[in-house]
Ligand binder design. Sequence first.
Ligand code: GZL
Ligand code: ZN
Length: 336
Amino acid sequence: MLKKLAFLIVLASLLLAACGTAAPAATQAPAATDAPAAAATDAPAKVYTYADMTLCYPQLGAESDWRTANTASFKETAEQLGVNLVFSDAQQKQENQISAMRTCIQQGVDVIALPPVVEDGWDAVLQEAQDAEIPVIIVDRSVSADKSMYVSHIGSDMVLEGRKAGEEMNKLLPNGGNVLEISGTTGSGAATGRAQGFRETLNANITILDSQTGNFNPTEAKPVAEAFLKKYAGEIDGFFIHNDGMAEAVVEALKAAGVKPGEIKIVSVDGTRGGFQMMIDGWVQADVECNPLLGPQVMEMALKLMNGEKIDAEVLTNETVYYPDNAAELLPTRKY
Ligand code: GZL
Ligand code: ZN
């Protein structure tokens, strides 16, 4: 028994001694060899997603169904994509839009999408955005500022919309006649372009008796229509009205004056549900489409800008003309 114990003691001491000389366990990485260090890989630049975006949309107002649909397009798209939308309503006043932009610049938003109420007066605030390195996309109506002051414009060719309206009026009054125009916001790209295109296209046998702004809203358009019906009673063959909201007010005035649907030809613009209903009821004979649903395209453009990608300087929306013959069939499909 003692021999076995002695053997074990000797064996254990031999083992301990061996351990004592073993190279220490590798407790640290081997010293760097002189192999070339691995090249530092360029970490890919961060790719921004919609969740990273803060988009400023200083909306011009809530003057029409078109505008309401335009606002809904931006709010719903932002909700769906997870974009942080900084939204405001300027009640159709440029100074309110400009101060909303200045707040966004202070806040350091990623992109400003500006739907300008009028064409002029943007140079200073566009310069401030540029100095703050915040890109601006002009949405819907145009601005007169130099194209170097903003990255892109997306919207309608308003002159083309006016030309389409002129062509429709020519078809409605083949033997000529007298028309009245109730225009949109004075100084806006939409009103200026539509008026220009209409005049460029109208046949020589059609006379524009008078033109007055209704500022794109029915409240201001109605008294204009009532005054026109008094002043030009019996002489009026047609109306060119720059949006459906104002056309609805004109129809109210025509009804009150005892005019029947179709007795006076009406060409309107937008293609809202209200416009389709007026075509179904026989009041409006042609409605030039103007698409407000620009939210998805604008946010796609803004994300490209955030990721340093190029975007087109001009994106024109494709638009058509709607007519009474299939208005009833199309009305249920209308998104605005
Ligand atoms: C045109 C848009 C106009 C609509 C009106 O693109 O700016 O403003 O035609 C709206 O209905 O008020
Ligand atoms: Zn349009």
